[in-house]
Design a protein around this ligand. Structure first.
Ligand code: ATP
Length: 334
């Protein structure tokens, strides 16, 4: 099999630790990838004053596939989110986050098997904020028929192609009658074309309660940007935490794979972060670029390590380091 060129952003905080661990496993499993590393985020900002240098954009445009470690987004000020900028730049309109129990990991629920499909380009992430007058600020929530329809179509297509049964559109259209109203209207229109799939709607607050009481009642969740962000972390909590959930940002031409978690500055530099989420992002990427066999081998090894409770990291009840965990996965490769 030919080598596949992939852009690599190691990221900030725990990013380089979990990315390096994941790449060690990929190399050991025989993934045919040639990495093209570029610097983005806080690391790039510190070095050159630019958190998203042109060479990052050029590399992704050239390779079409990127593996990205978490990058730090400064809170209330500083540079704008690199994640949001990349999603907009490459029109990565769909954020796909499968949430499943990792075998043998104790968590609040068994049998969770959800797929989160989040609109990635608009809503309150449009970055349109301004001060109206001192003491009054405004943030604009944008919804367009084009983006609402295309994410709904993505969700139904995904469900149909992956033997899923039900799609729940999550909204707050009782309050945001125009924006979330449009989101629902587009979802309903698309739903009509997919008679075999069950379509339902749930208000975001009610959906949150139902998710923490009975997640098994959900299948595919279709959400606008902000609700998708919030419920992704909530769903990660259902299956053992942020160390275990990954996602893909997908567009028509390009794809960026990443862990759901952030740069976790509280544990950065300690070598204790769980690299599983980053490894799961790699598995999604390997399947996307046609290296399914390598993905399957790593998946088996990962399950073995969890079920034998060997070398687990602190967040899932162990005491091992990031590197010890990666070494255990490598040792478990068949
Ligand atoms: P962001 O705003 O970038 O999404 P966040 O506020 O969601 O970041 P995270 O960086 O995701 O924050 O971290 C949230 C909590 O989860 C922190 O306590 C962090 O230590 C923990 N955490 C995140 N990722 C991991 C990981 N891979 N392994 C262990 N703990 C993690």
């Amino acid at each position: 099999m030919a080598m596949q060129k992939v852009t690599l952003i190691r990221g900030d905080g725990i990013g380089p630790e979990v990315v390096d661990a994941a790449i060690e496993v990929l190399d050991a499993a025989g993934a045919k990838i040639e990495w093209e590393e570029v610097l983005a985020g806080l690391a790039a900002h510190t070095l050159s004053g630019d958190p998203l240098p042109d060479e990052v954009l050029a590399s992704i445009a050239r390779n079409h596939t990127c593996l990205k470690g978490p990058v730090t987004t400064p809170i209330a000020g500083g540079f704008a989110s690199i994640n949001v900028a990349l999603r907009k730049q490459f029109e990565l309109y769909a954020n796909l986050r499968p949430v499943r129990n990792m075998p043998c990991v104790a968590s609040r629920f068994e049998g969770v098997d959800l797929v989160i499909i989040r609109e990635n380009t608009e809503g309150l992430y449009s970055g349109l904020e301004h001060e109206v007058t001192p003491g009054v600020v405004e943030s604009l929530k944008i919804a367009t028929e084009k983006a609402c329809t295309r994410i709904a179509r993505f969700a139904f297509e995904y469900a149909a192609a992956n033997q899923r049964k039900k799609i729940t559109a999550i909204h707050k259209a009782n309050i945001m009658k125009l924006t979330d109203g449009l989101f629902l209207r587009c979802a309903r229109e698309v739903a009509r074309e997919y008679g075999d799939l069950v379509y339902e709607e749930a208000i975001v607050d009610n959906a949150s309660m139902q998710l923490v009481m009975n997640p098994a009642r959900f299948d595919v969740l279709l959400l606008e940007n902000l609700y998708g962000d919030i419920l992704s972390d909530l769903c990660a909590g259902l299956v053992g935490g942020l160390g275990l959930v990954a996602g893909a940002n997908l567009g028509l031409r390009d794809a960026i794979f990443e862990a759901v978690h952030g740069s976790a500055p509280d544990i950065a530099g300690q070598g204790v972060a769980n690299p599983t989420a980053m490894l799961l992002a790699c598995l999604m990427m390997l399947r996307y670029i046609g290296q399914e066999d390598v993905a399957a081998r790593i998946q088996q090894a990962l399950v073995k390590v969890y079920c034998e409770k060997r070398a687990l990291t602190r967040d899932v009840g162990g005491a091992s380091s990031t590197r010890q965990f990666a070494a255990a996965v490598i040792a478990a490769l068949a």
